[in-house]
Each structure stands twice: as structure tokens, then as C-alpha cells.
Design a protein around this ligand. Sequence first.
Ligand code: 5AD
Ligand code: SF4
Length: 475
Amino acid sequence: MDTKTTRVSPADIERQLGFCEKIAERLAAQPKEYMAFVDTYGCQQNEADSERIRGYLRAMGYGFTNDENAADVIVINTCAIREHAEDRVLGNVGALVHAKRRHPGQIICLCGCMAQEEHVAEKLRQSYRHVDIVFGPHALWKFPELLYRVLTRRGRVFENTDEPGSIAEGIPVVRQGKVKAWVSIMYGCNNFCTYCIVPYVRGRERSRLPQDVLSEVEALVAEGYKDITLLGQNVNSYGKDLGLETDFADLLEAINAIPGDFLIRFMTSHPRDASQKLFEVMGWCEKIAPVFHLPVQAGNDRVLKAMNRHYDRATYLDKVRRLRQQVPDVVLTSDIIVGFPGETTAEFEETLSLIEEVGYDALFTFIYSPREGTPGAKMPDPLPMSEKKANFQRLVDAQNAISARKHAAYVGKILRCLVDGLCDEEGFALTARTPGNRLVRIAQGEEDLIGTFQEIEITGANTWSLWGRLKRENG
Ligand code: 5AD
Ligand code: SF4
């Protein structure tokens, strides 16, 4: 496999911005306002990619809508991680045929991980003829050119060749909020866990240069962003492809040194690569939020090996212990797959005992979904779905009890929280996040507190969230 990193040249991005200008001129010549709808599925990386697609669209002169019938351009940014996600996308894309019938000039684009899967692209080619542009994550930087081609020549465009992957700096961004921001620090994955489609659709690991990441964070801090999440499929291997001295812990340290009152988060970490150095840096860097998402996937060693995870239960537990030594109050979360091919119920019970032993604050739980082209899809999978579902429910119930217990322990504490939005639930005014990112609903408070850190007294809790009041109101 070609592991060469392709860096898109500044001249190439200039050329794309040239296409944006040409489109803007065409749109400006018409009396109406042109609108775009960007619909995002899946992970934060996709959210971050959609912010760049919106950046390009704004440079082309489009306004934004969430109404597919009002949109002149629809972009669906897709996720391929589980079959359920794919089915939802295909159902929704299929239904767009009606919007397009009412609006014949409408252009429908499908991008993201599904676009990179050959069998999906083929299905779109044959059976979803109302989709005009299909492009994979590698081609995102070329979106203006692809759209221009369809606008000027009609016809359909498929741009999903299996390139080694590229890094493009300088694409404009329209961010979704004013408080939290995503910053991709690397793309792709080299791990090939046997259940996972990501390395096949997002290519090999490639890191942005440290100075590019630092300037983006500096600019965000200057704009007033308070909560910055560094993104990558496996942030712990940041920099390994660059051949520089800087590793992920060094990058965090450099970001921590940027002046300003803000929090740094990151995801996702592979347990194999989570290092003692990283735990230590987290321990003393005051801007790094005390929260760690450390996906374990399973608690049984045979299953972990079959998943190609490169760690065993004991090593994982040892890392958790060492992390807690450095960051005693760390909020710990994880991903778990139930029903990996060949996992017996006895093996699954080791996942149950592991979550009790660790005491996670929250879990993201999934039933295994076979992905075409991955080794897992070819493994014998004898356990009936009814038993997988029963195991899944046991896991959810066990975690709910742990989460409720963990949350109850917050009551009575006073925490410095980031107020991050209005609360749409009756009886509450604002939402905030604890340093460890737990959701807090606040009964009273003005909108202008959004984007500020406030002392909040936690007055109540349930399995999923906390509630509290602003300390300053009570003296
Ligand atoms: N089936 C179920 N869950 C999956 N994940 C990744 N691939 C699959 C799959 N084929 C889960 C893993 C990963 C999270 C993002 O999604 O737990 O950490
Ligand atoms: Fe998928 Fe494993 Fe890479 Fe995560 S580390 S993206 S689970 S292959």
C-alpha cells in the first residue's frame, strides 16, 4: 500500500477558490438568492469536514438552509461505520428524488466515507440517478471544481479514486458555533482493526504540520472560542508520519502554552499508543480538560486479539491506573462492540466485568455490524442476534447504573463549567459542561453568559446529566 502523504499545494487550493469565484459570479447574475443544505452523519471528523464544505459554499455565494425543498445544492456527508448508518443515508437520499422533481435544477452531492466504498458508488451510479456528484474524503478539497463542472456541463461526476490521501491547508471554514471548535490534527488510520472500515475509506495516517495546527488554534482563541477539540482517528500516533521530533504530547504542550482562557480536548486515542508521557502532560497542563475517551472495544483477550487491537485486558487496565495516577478526577469514556464474530456470552461477560472494574463515566455501545471488505465480515459468527441483543441490553443496564452512581457523586460540588448554550428543556435556561464534559442544565441565567466559565453548584443528577445553579446567584 502506498503510504506517501500528498500535500495539496497552495496553488491548487487557489485554483479551487477560483472556481468558487466563478460560481459566485454566475449566482450573482441571477435575481434569486441561492441556498445550500449540508446534512452530516457520523463522527466529529465529518462535522469538521462539513464546516469546510460550508466554507467553500459560502465563498461561492450560497446561503444556508435546513430545508431540502428550499436548497439549490444539497450535500450529504455520510458515515460508513455501521450498516444502520448507511441504510439511513440511502433511505434519505432515495427520498430526495421528490425534492428534485419539484426543483429540477437542484444539485445533489453525496460525500464522506460511503462515497469511498466501491459497492456504494456502484449502487448510486445505477439506482440513484438523481445524485449528481459523489466524492470521497480524499477529494473534498476539489469540491468547487466538481460543482463547477456539473453547473456548467451537466452530467454526473464520480470522484472516489483510491488515492493515498491528502492534506489540504487553507480551505475556508464556516463553523457551527462560537464556543466550541473542532481542529483536525491528522487524517486516516493505520490500525486495521478487523471490524473497521475506516482505514479503507479514509486512507493511511497523515498528520498536519505542528505549525499549521498551532496557528489554527491561536486564531480560534483570538476569535473567542473556549473549547477546542483536536480530532484524529488515533491522535496518539500524531506526527509519526512526519519524521519530526513532535509527538502528540508535545503538540498538546505547545497548545497549552497559547495564552488565553480555553480548554483543550482530543479524540480518539488508541489504548496501545496512549503513553505515560501523554498522561503526565495531561496531569500538569492546566488547559487540557480532565477527560479521556479510551475505546476498549471488549474485555476478553481472545476477542481483543481477533479484533487486532494490539493490547490485552491487563495492559489496558494498567494504562487506566497510570492515567488516574496523573489525572485523579479524569472522566473516562469508552466504545464497546458487543457481538464481534465468535464472541461467546462467557467472553462478553468479561466486558461486563471490565466496565465494573474501570467504572466509566459513560460508554458508547454498539452491536457489531459486518462491513464489506473488512476481515471481520469473513469470520464465522455463530451467536444468534437475539443473544447479542440480550447481551447488549445487559451492558447498557450495567453502565446506566454506573453512570447514575458517578453522577450522584457530583451533587453538592461546585465546579467551574463552560456555559455553552440555551437549554430547550422546560424549567431550564442554559446548558453548561463540567471540565470533564458532563452536561449540566442550569435553571436560571442570561444568554450573555454563553461562552463564559462560571462557578456552578451541582444540585441534582440522573443517569445522563446533571443540573445546577450559578454560584454567584446564591452568594
Ligand atoms: N460494528 C460496530 N461498531 C463498530 N465500530 C467501528 N466499526 C464497527 C462495526 N463494524 C465502533 C467502534 C469504534 C466506534 C467509532 O465505532 O467501537 O470505536
Ligand atoms: Fe477503526 Fe481501529 Fe482505526 Fe479506530 S483505530 S478508526 S476502530 S481501524
